[in-house]
Design a protein around this ligand. Structure first.
Ligand code: GLC
Length: 459
């Protein structure tokens, strides 16, 4: 089977968060299953040096990594810029709708020209391609919060849909604008998303879908939820050279070396309980829950390390100003991310919503129990040790309230300090779980086969 992926990110070439990791992890796992995978991404300024120019139409460059063919599509007007989505973390370019519409059209050309069996479009950036592609198409939602809206008439001038599409409630129309995500949902042959929990949620929750839940309910095939994995070879504390001392489940105590190094590089007071978090600093991740309870928690010994940037940087930086030895904020850096999973006492991820959730899985892989809000993929991967002592690998709460987060962080601090054996057992349980991508790759292959069988039946 020959599969074409299209996405805005592909780690480690271009990555701003979980999306790039997920695309690369899934692509490599599909290759391990014997599938051929090509991934189309824009030729951003940061990857100008990569790949060799392909002959033929479309100004494409080709680069092969780990058996995956990456095709970089050149469009300097749109992508010869410093950022992926905007000039800085959390910022957006004003012409994003046009950049992504143009990229989606180039993806559609590639899909039709090169004879793939199935095309898997990832997120709204590439969703418009579904309108133009004849090949069986799967649309995967990694995040429903960024639907991408464009001017209706101009967008349709590129797509050439019949007039009904732009009338109110038409397949492209959304409150007078063109909604790329909506088109992806309606024109793809199947929709998937990155956890079973989020698949259920998007069929009824208008908050996480921006109102598209009605469209999702109208689909003939309900979205399939496949839990994301992580690359367990690239992320392995037993071989990770970013750590001062490697360790495995049986030598979990050696994490203390990473903890020492982490406190030293961040200036955090090591006498407290260190909670780490790595990722985009956006409203999605629940930082506003921390704010009202932070002062009390710090007095009780809570220490917080935030690795990453985003539109809520100012909030986190205000905590650093107030509590310089209790809160640290650093930009994303691969080495520091690994040290955070290896050296923090616990990982914290109180997301408002979470389609997949990767930080929690990386943390568990590194023996760092997560403290999460049970939503989306977090509820699919984290088991509360008090609710299920035999299988517990972390702790969590349900109501999106500061007081609930505070109670849960206190529960974590109590366990870390007063019941270290229990904490270690749950950490080791998380380390021993197979978080790899192979299971997910098999599930995606099933989706692809189902679509192919259906299309052949129709023909
Ligand atoms: C997005 C989602 C995150 C998911 C990732 C990869 O970043 O917010 O939950 O894990 O995509 O699918």
């Amino acid at each position: 089977m020959r599969i074409l992926f299209a996405a805005a990110e592909y780690a480690p070439l271009v990555s701003s968060g979980g999306l790039g990791d997920a695309i690369a992890g899934l692509a490599r796992a599909l290759v391990r299953q014997g599938t051929s995978v090509t991934v189309a991404i824009p030729r951003y300024r940061s990857v100008f040096e990569i790949g060799s120019k392909l002959t033929g139409p479309g100004n494409r460059y080709r680069h092969v990594v780990d058996g995956v063919e990456v095709v970089l599509i050149d469009d300097p007007d749109s992508f010869d810029r410093d950022g992926i989505y905007g000039a800085g973390p959390g910022a957006s370019y004003e012409d994003n709708w046009l950049r992504w519409a143009r990229f989606a059209m180039a993806v559609a050309d590639l899909a039709e020209a090169d004879g793939y069996d199935v095309v898997n479009l990832h997120d709204a950036h590439v969703a418009l391609a579904a309108v133009r592609i004849e090949t069986p198409t799967v649309f995967t939602i990694h995040n429903a919060a960024y639907p991408i809206l464009g001017p209706l008439a101009e967008t349709n001038a590129m797509l050439g849909l019949p007039p009904e599409a732009v009338l109110p409630m038409g397949s492209l129309e959304w409150f007078g604008e063109a909604n790329f995500m909506k088109a992806g949902l309606l024109y793809a042959d199947r929709v998937t998303t990155v956890s079973p929990g989020f698949a259920r949620q998007i069929a009824h929750d208008s908050e996480v879908t921006g109102g598209l839940d009605g469209v999702i309910r109208s689909l003939t095939h309900p979205p399939v939820g496949v839990m994301n994995g992580i690359d367990i070879e690239a992320f392995n504390p037993a071989t990770d050279t970013s750590l001062p001392l490697a360790y495995e489940a049986d030598t979990w105590n050696r994490r203390s070396e990473s903890r020492r190094a982490l406190a030293a590089t961040t200036g955090l007071d090591a006498s407290g309980v260190i909670f780490g978090t790595v990722g985009r600093v956006t409203a999605q991740k629940g930082f506003d829950l921390i704010d009202p309870v932070l002062e009390d928690l710090i007095e009780e010994g809570c220490r917080l390390l935030v690795v990453g940037n985003g539109e809520q940087d100012d909030l986190v930086d205000s905590w650093v100003d107030q509590y310089p030895t209790a809160v640290a904020h650093r930009p994303f850096d691969q080495k520091l991310a690994r040290l955070t999973w290896a050296g923090s006492d616990a990982y914290v991820m109180p997301s408002r919503f979470e389609p997949g959730g990767l930080g929690n899985i990386y943390a568990m892989r590194y023996g760092c129990p997560p403290v999460v809000r049970f939503t989306g993929g977090l509820a699919d991967t984290v088991v509360d040790v008090d609710e299920d002592p035999e299988h517990g690998n972390g702790i969590g709460f349900r109501l999106y309230e500061s007081i609930e987060l505070a109670k849960t962080l206190r529960r974590a601090m109590r366990l870390v300090r007063s019941h270290p054996d229990l904490w270690q057992n749950m950490a080791i349980r998380g380390m021993k779980t197979d978080w790899g991508w192979d299971r997910a790759a098999i599930a995606y292959l099933n989706v692809y086969r189902n679509v192919l069988a259906e299309i052949t039946r129709k023909a």
